[in-house]
Design a binder for this molecule. Sequence first.
Ligand SMILES: *Cc1c(COP(=O)(O)O)cnc(C)c1O
Length: 242
Amino acid sequence: MTAAEQPAAAPGTARRAEIAAALAAVRERITRAVAGSGRAPGDVTLVVVTKDVPAGDIAVVASLGELDVGESREQQLRAKHGELAGLGLRWHFIGRLQRNKATAVARHVTTVHSVDDERLLAPLARGALEVGRELGCLIQVNLDGAPGRGGVAAGEVAGLAAAVATTPGLALRGVMAVAPIGADPGTAFARLAELSRRLHGDHPGATWISAGMSGDLEAAVENGATHLRIGTAILGSRPPAR
Ligand SMILES: *Cc1c(COP(=O)(O)O)cnc(C)c1O
């Protein structure tokens, strides 16, 4: 059993205070970045990345008013989703998606940020239809073409987006990317913004840009990100000892 699979023990006061302080600091960074780029505060949604974090910490995050949470493994998602039912959390899936797990993921989340293969669409749609809910889909783009990482090449976005848009049960929301390691995140996110503009021309409802993590959220906001995926800066880099 990993820490994430333990029952949701309530974190102690010190841990609660630690999460609250870190969240406040991240909110302050976001507020400053949004103001600095002349955008409206409501344009940017924080998705708190809770992978490898115990369910009790997620309950703290929810109590502090953050209800959008992101997981990257199907097994953790399912366990925590079950433990935390009733908190009104909106679950996002941000990790590499395997075809044999896609239906299970779709049953538990509002949005999948990491759609990068047309063969995922049928199993995702099956899960969405089973629970009677439209599943939001973002096309993950591999911005530097490095092999072995998630995402489609820029030239494949339009085709995959069209396939999502015509699959019953799925709703095309936009694009997602992780800044390539060692690259300037501003340059990378500017490319993503350009891909978003092109996609938006064909699909006016596809307005989301999921970009920006703990280390590069300012560059993402500057380049039009609508959804930030922040983990470490809020919850630390490993499950807390209790
Ligand atoms: C882990 C993860 C994040 C969060 O990264 P931090 O640096 O911890 O903020 C964001 N996006 C994806 C795809 C991730 O896997």
